[in-house]
Design a protein. Structure first.
Length: 226
């Protein structure tokens, strides 16, 4: 590694100098917009251990019995949109991150069905559209925290603020649309549970991991586009 490259990397590492707008960054913005589309139609299925509320009632049972163990295993289907948003804000920063998300939203509203349930202007009345709109303020708030550096503490705080912003705004938008359409309370609670129940915990975990990944991706790209 030459001294010039090493100096550039150290400058990025310690001063967190933002990216400058050039052809490389424009290409990266477009790639990140496409990453959101990919995440929208990607689903991960995984199982993990849980401790049910009635766990003590199974103390006398044979834990090798599949029917008993089924109570301790959680099957979850996860769509990684929010971790991708956290990756983008850590990689591109606040300004270019918002640009990437606005491209995704405008394409979905006016050009192509890149949202989970299609696209078009009518998507404003979909229950889940508030979560998509919330990507913009989430990136703004999370990106503001990261302006002082991509430290693990900053990334943890930015993930917390970003994820909660998306879910709070998404829930409020959902309630607004449901009120307009006069939906019953059970349907509304079902939507909130599905979109912002346990998913918040997964978004926090995978969102932080995505930010860490973006930190080292940014270091690798710095010499080329910084």
């Amino acid at each position: 590694m030459t001294k010039r490259i090493e100096k550039q990397l150290n400058k990025f590492r310690y001063q967190n100098q933002p990216l400058n707008l050039n052809l490389g960054v424009l290409i990266l913005i477009g790639i990140c917009s496409f990453l959101i589309v990919i995440a929208t139609f990607t689903q991960f299925d995984f199982n993990h251990f849980i401790l049910p509320l009635n766990a003590f009632s199974y103390l006398g049972d044979d834990l090798k019995n599949p029917s008993v163990m089924a109570h301790f295993i959680k099957h979850y289907r996860y769509i990684p949109q929010i971790p991708v948003i956290m990756f983008i804000v850590a990689l591109l920063g606040r300004k270019f991150g918002i640009t990437s998300i606005l491209i995704y939203i405008l394409v979905g509203l006016f050009f192509a069905p890149v949202f989970a349930l299609g696209g078009g202007f009518k998507y404003f009345f979909q229950y889940g559209f508030g979560y998509i709109l919330a990507y913009v303020p989430a990136v703004f708030f999370a990106g503001s925290i990261l302006t002082s550096g991509l430290t693990y503490r900053n990334m943890a705080q930015a993930t917390l603020v970003g994820v909660l912003t998306i879910h709070i705004f998404g829930i409020l938008y959902m309630l607004f649309i449901a009120t307009l359409q006069r939906e019953n309370a059970s349907l509304i609670l079902g939507w909130i549970s599905a979109q912002s129940g346990a998913k918040i915990l997964y978004d926090l975990l995978f969102g932080f991991i995505a930010m860490v990944l973006a930190k080292y991706t940014k270091k690798a790209l710095w010499v080329a586009i910084g």
